[in-house]
Design a protein around this ligand. Structure first.
Ligand SMILES: Cc1cc2nc3c(=O)[nH]c(=O)nc-3n(C[C@H](O)[C@H](O)[C@H](O)COP(=O)(O)O)c2cc1C
Length: 260
């Protein structure tokens, strides 16, 4: 920890006129004084091209082990829901949209998420089969960003994942016409009850026709570390062909440092 900071790295600075101490940011007017001084990298190290794994998959695995594994001191993961990822899409008119989903697989092909195949995001992905992902790992002052092409995961792969979901989630997938208007919670509950009656306890809940995975096949994967004075580290693996390439092929990627 440098001499310029006598507070913990995660301490939110609320030095403004209304920002005196805990809760100082609760007033919307105090929002402009809310900022975190990113200093974790002082102790943990920033990101240097020489230290990066040879492939984006290797680097992602390395960071995942650090954020999803239990913190030795706290006995809990350093990031809660580290697989919560913001999926950004665009509709046919170019209007962007974004929402959090759960990352369920990462391998040499890319990043896999699951959703309703008739949802707003699904319609958008049908119109514009490209997406961006953001993993905002605030507690460790890191971020991973991905941009790439999107394709639907095979029904067999979706079924294999669906079978591992808790029964309540499986029934919910049948019950919800995601993104459609809902009259109220009562209708949703009725749809869930109907699904539960159709596939009682002990009976396998089949993969709904309208449910499955999307694979984001990256052309760029950025690893970001917060640093003091907003001079953050940004190292980006860029596909050498400009098209999606295997995430585990060192020859397929070059690394670029970008200004923060
Ligand atoms: C932490 C978190 C995890 C979520 N995970 C998923 C998910 O894995 N799949 C999904 O379809 N929606 C998930 N959602 C709900 C989405 O954010 C969103 O409300 C929903 O998919 C409808 O989006 P759309 O109307 O843009 O298609 C999650 C929300 C949160 C906050």
């Amino acid at each position: 920890m440098s001499a310029s900071s006598d507070r913990p790295a995660h301490d939110v600075r609320t030095d403004g006129p209304t920002g005196a101490g805990a809760g100082g940011g609760a007033d919307l007017d105090a929002m402009h004084d809310l900022r975190v001084d990113y200093r974790l990298a002082d102790a943990e190290g920033g990101l240097d091209a020489a230290d990066l794994a040879p492939t984006p998959l290797g680097q992602f695995q390395r960071w995942w082990a650090e954020v999803a594994g239990d913190d030795a001191a706290a006995g809990a993961p350093r990031v809660v829901e580290p697989n919560a990822v913001v999926l950004a899409t665009a509709d046919a008119d170019g209007l962007p949209d974004a929402r959090t989903v759960l990352l369920k697989d990462v391998d040499a092909r890319g990043f896999v998420v699951y959703t309703n195949l008739r949802s707003a995001k699904a319609r958008q992905l049908q119109a514009v089969p490209h997406a961006a992902l953001v993993l905002p790992w605030h507690p460790v002052q890191r971020q991973v960003r991905v941009r790439g092409a999107v394709e639907q995961v095979s029904r067999a792969e979706s079924a294999a994942y669906f079978a591992t979901r808790p029964r309540g989630s499986q029934l919910g997938a049948h019950a919800s016409a995601q993104s459609r208007p809902a009259a109220g919670r009562a209708d949703l509950q009725r749809a869930l009850d109907e699904a539960a009656a159709r596939w009682p306890e002990g009976v396998e809940v089949p993969l709904p026709e309208h449910w499955g995975g999307y694979l984001v096949r990256p052309v760029e994967v950025e690893f970001w570390v917060g640093r003091p004075s907003r001079l953050h580290d940004r190292l980006v693996y860029v596909s050498s062909t400009g098209a999606p390439v295997p995430l585990d092929d060192p020859a397929a990627w070059r690394v670029e440092r970008r200004q923060p």
